[in-house]
Each structure stands twice: as C-alpha cells, then as structure tokens.
Design a protein around this ligand. Structure first.
Ligand code: DON
Length: 307
C-alpha cells in the first residue's frame, strides 16, 4: 500500500510552487544559472525510512549547509576547548557574510557565519595538515554523514573563488588577529571547496537524520560523531543557523536548521527525523524562499516546533 507521506509532500510542494519570488544567488555566477523551478523535499527518519517528492535526486552544491557538519568534524578532531577558543556561539544578528568578529579578540561570533566557518574549516583534521589533505578530511566527513561518497563541483568552486573578494578580506582580517594561523588564501580555497561539495535533497535529509539520530547514520549504521558534539551542533543551528532571520525562524518553524545559497535547507528533530528541501530562489537573507515556506507548513501541519 502506498504511504500517505509522499502524497502529503506532493500536495505541499504543489502549494508552494506558485511562489516565484526571490532569485538564485547572483554573487556566484555558476549558481545564478541554476534552474529556479527545481523543487524537492525529503523526510528521513531515525529508523532509516526515506520519503520524498519532487527533485530529490538532483545534485547541487551544499554551500553553507556544510558549516554545521564541518563544525562537528572540528569539534571531534580538535576538542571543544580548542574550537571554542577560536569561534564563539553567540548569534550575530547580521548577514552571513558580515565580518562579525568580537572587537577585543577578533574571534568570529559563531560557526555559521562565513568568518566562523572559514575558521572552523582550518580546524578540521589534525593541526598542520596540507590544505588539500584538510579538504579530503572534510569531504570524507561530509560523506560519512550522507552515507555515500560525495564529490566537489569544480565549476562552482572556480566560479566562487574568482569572486571571493569578501571571504578573502574576512580571512585576512582573521589572520591579523591570529585566529587563522595559516595562509588565508589557502584556507579560503579549502572552505570554498567544502562549500562546493555536491549533494541531493536525499543526501541532505540523511545528513540531518544523522544529527537527529544522535550521530549515527540511520542507513549505514556508522557512528559519525559523538552525542556531546551533536548537542553542540544542534544548539548552534537553533540559535545561528538562519543568520539574521534566526528569530523569525525560531518563532515560526522552531526546528534547528541550516540553509545554503544553492537553495538547500535542512532541519533536524532529535530522536525523530531529518528534513531537507531544495529550491534555488533565495530571500534577502540568503535562505530559500520556498524552502522556508515548506518548513513553515511542515512545522504547523505536524506540530514539529521544538524550540
Ligand atoms: O561563502 C559563501 O559565500 C558561500 N560559499 C556560502 C554561503 C551560504 O551558503 C550562505 N547561506 N545561506
């Protein structure tokens, strides 16, 4: 018998499809040419059930959704004290690409904004790794969350690197405070490779389900991270994951979440499910317009508000 969940998802996707407001990210030329009509949603339960509708196997770049997972890897690889010494956990209330450093220490306010994520990238893997080996550690870690080997989209990576003036400026500022201790350009290149990892909505739902399942991928059974790391990551997603829309999100959706400028959006409900949506048109905060609408519907229809 057909499960009612795909029918529900198809219905809700149909309801949001008429909204053509917003636009794909323009500052990365390769993202600006994405098909704006792509639309998909997936639920992945902690028991390993996966339900989806729409464009759930179309690949797109993970972008900022890589940030909570790389934060998890850095916490696992270096320990809490070393990571917290370099990156705070306070919401910045500012856009994702603002500088947002603490004025006395130069410490980025949180790991979800670019300043924090560039620093976190430098903390993945062991200290003193060659930049390419660090990227390999990150891609291997993201793949473990997804439960399949992921690859980098070289065209998106080159396109972002050619226009990375702002991230390079942020990294040089971080280097001046000794928050970064390696060559800033190499770290930004690694961070942009991390953001260029290709995923599908199905992958993102599995990654979110791994957080929901307290660090164990529900399909592969692999323990990717330990529970204290999951708690830290979900807390930071809850407070900082939606940038300067974090307060609206907390009140209207109430699920720890993270967005990316290619149009992906994830939410993780501890002990229950990982949810992922994909639609490339963005609002002024850099969050997917239809993705936010879908999550508002899921939250209200199923009573998922946990914050
Ligand atoms: O650093 C950047 O600007 C991009 N690679 C990622 C930004 C992003 O996804 C922001 N989230 N909505």
């Amino acid at each position: 018998m057909r499960s009612p969940i795909p029918d529900y998802l198809t219905e809700v996707l149909g309801d949001v499809a008429s909204d053509t407001s917003g636009a794909p990210a323009g500052y990365i030329p390769e993202l600006a040419v994405a098909d704006p009509e792509l639309l998909g949603a997936v639920f992945a339960t902690v028991d390993g059930e996966v339900y989806g509708a729409g464009d759930i196997d179309t690949e797109f770049t993970i972008q900022s959704i890589s940030k909570p997972f790389t934060y998890a890897l850095a916490l696992s690889d270096r320990g809490f004290d070393a990571v917290l010494a370099k990156v705070g956990v306070e919401p910045s209330g500012e856009a994702f690409n603002e500088i947002s450093l603490e004025s006395d220490t130069g410490r980025p306010r949180n790991p979800m904004i670019n300043a924090g994520a560039i620093t976190v990238h430098s903390l993945a893997g062991a200290a003193d790794l060659h930049p390419e080996v660090r990227v390999e550690r990150v891609v291997q870690g993201l793949s473990a969350f997804a439960g399949r080997p992921l690859k980098i989209d070289e065209a998106v990576c080159v396109s972002e690197m050619e226009n990375a003036y702002r991230n390079l400026a942020i990294a040089h500022m971080l280097r001046s405070y000794n928050v970064l201790t390696d060559d800033p350009r190499g770290i930004v290149e690694g961070y942009i490779r991390q953001c260029s990892v290709l995923v599908t909505a199905r992958d993102l739902a599995m990654m979110a389900a791994t957080l929901a399942n307290r660090g164990v991928n529900p399909l592969s059974g692999e323990r990717v991270i330990h529970e204290p790391v999951v708690r830290q990551v979900l807390s930071v997603m809850a407070t900082c994951g939606m940038y300067d829309a974090a307060g609206d999100w907390a009140t209207q959706v109430g699920i720890p979440a993270k967005s990316g400028v290619a149009g992906g959006l994830i939410g993780a409900l501890p002990g229950q499910i990982g949810i992922a949506t994909f639609s490339p048109r963005l609002d002024p905060h850099g969050n997917s317009v239809r993705g936010v609408s879908l999550f508002e519907r899921f939250s209200s229809d199923m009573g998922l508000h946990v914050m």
